[in-house]
Design a protein around this ligand. Structure first.
Ligand code: MG
Length: 401
């Protein structure tokens, strides 16, 4: 069988580098056709291109391009805001590992080209749900989640042929670094504490999202978009009332599906993002992984507990925005990106992230999500408002001014 041709959008980030590990482990199954990044870490993308020899390199920031072009003779370098999205035409599968709303063009271009999208960029699906759903109907287009929870649900759903028999999706959450703490405990946590995730190795934005449980909130909306759209299309007709979150600190059970007969199927593996990346790349086949396996004799126990909504209000905010639908999830996502960036820069306290998002969502204008332009406008409006709102918060004590 011919190797599957893979393009990596966001190749220098956490997902991109781990995807390269998967490709290197199975060179007979996969061929690296293209990589793309902003270009703001030129030495990293140059080293990746020299080691892995893709046919094409895409650089979205033109200012970074000249040095990269000079360093890579014999490799086609595409430059500009649309360069990364153009990689869809060079590959069978595109891994979208771009961080944040900036990944939207890659998501849409890949589906509209009728290719398989291995989606790690949940923000594009959450913010632009209705538009992405339309793109998913393109002949040949497939969306396989890279997010570990959704990869788990994707696997668990293979236990039934009858979509009407799915009763409930249960997303597991590690609980992040602040599990078991109270809001008062968390009033003065530092950026370093928020970035110290107990089980997963991920980039800074998603790690802060894990500390607030916004990551889980975004994943609830992601699950609804992936599996909840009316049965008979790609989905299983699941509503928000049928998507639950349970905290599971060991991060071994990645999510579960409960069926109408009260039987629950769970997917288990060690917490290593290379496993869901490999699943999305190889599906409907599987990789032969050299990465970690569960050591049952050392595992000991699996714990489960209810999420603490009072300490982690971001989870409830996400359910609210998901139920409102339209452009509300785009607003939620934009306000969160602005607030997390401000927290990482030391401009607001950790607890203010949820306050900025709540205050922004309270002013949601109810605009419909009719096309890509309306999503981009909603994202811009919510960012403008959130930026205005966060000026009212004082920087935490000891933060750089
Ligand atoms: Mg996840």
């Amino acid at each position: 069988m011919a190797a599957i041709r893979v393009a990596l959008a966001g190749s220098t980030g956490s997902i991109g580098t781990q995807a390269l590990d998967v490709l290197a482990a199975e060179p007979e199954s996969f061929a690296l056709a293209a990589i793309g990044a902003t270009g703001r870490q030129p030495e990293v993308i140059i080293a990746q291109a020299r080691t892995h020899r893709p046919e094409v390199v895409a650089i979205s920031d033109p200012a970074a391009a000249p040095g990269i072009i000079d360093a890579l003779p014999g490799i086609e370098v595409r430059v500009g805001p649309e360069a990364m999205a153009s990689l869809a035409l060079d590959a069978d599968v595109v891994v979208n590992g771009v961080v944040g709303f900036a990944g939207l063009s890659v998501t849409l271009a890949t589906l509209e080209a009728g290719r398989r999208l291995a989606l790690a960029n949940k923000e594009s699906l959450i913010a632009a749900g209705p538009v992405v759903q339309r793109a998913r109907r393109t002949p040949g287009a497939e969306l396989v989640p890279v997010d570990s929870e959704h990869g788990a649900i994707h696997q668990c759903l293979r236990a039934t042929d009858n979509r009407d028999r799915v009763a409930r999706l249960v997303l597991t959450a590690s609980g992040g670094p602040f599990r078991g703490r109270t809001a008062e405990d968390l009033a003065d946590v530092t950026v370093a504490e928020a970035l110290a995730h107990p089980t997963w190795s991920m980039g800074p934005k998603i790690t802060v999202d894990s500390s607030t449980l916004m990551n889980k909130g975004l994943e609830v909306i992601e699950a609804h978009e992936l599996f909840g759209i009316p049965a008979g299309e790609a989905g299983f007709g699941i509503g928000f009332d049928q998507i639950d979150v349970v905290v599971h600190p060991q991060s071994i059970v990645h999510s579960m599906v409960e069926f109408t007969d009260a039987s629950t199927i769970a997917q288990l593996s060690v917490p290593d993002m290379r496993l869901p990346i490999g699943y999305a790349l190889a599906w409907p086949d599987r990789i032969t992984t050299p990465f970690g396996r569960i050591d049952w004799s050392a595992l000991g126990r699996l714990d489960f507990e209810a999420p603490d909504h009072a300490t982690f209000p971001c989870l409830g905010l996400a359910y609210e925005a998901g139920r409102v639908g339209g452009t509300a999830p785009a607003w939620l996502n934009a306000a969160n990106e602005v607030a997390v960036e401000a927290f990482l820069a030391g401009r607001i306290a950790w607890g203010d992230i949820a306050r900025v998002i709540a205050a922004t969502l309270a002013r949601h204008d109810g605009a419909p999500a009719s096309d890509g332009a309306s999503i981009i406008a909603a994202d811009a409006e919510a960012r403008r408002l959130a930026t205005d709102i966060l000026i009212q918060f004082t920087p935490p004590v000891g933060a750089p001014r």
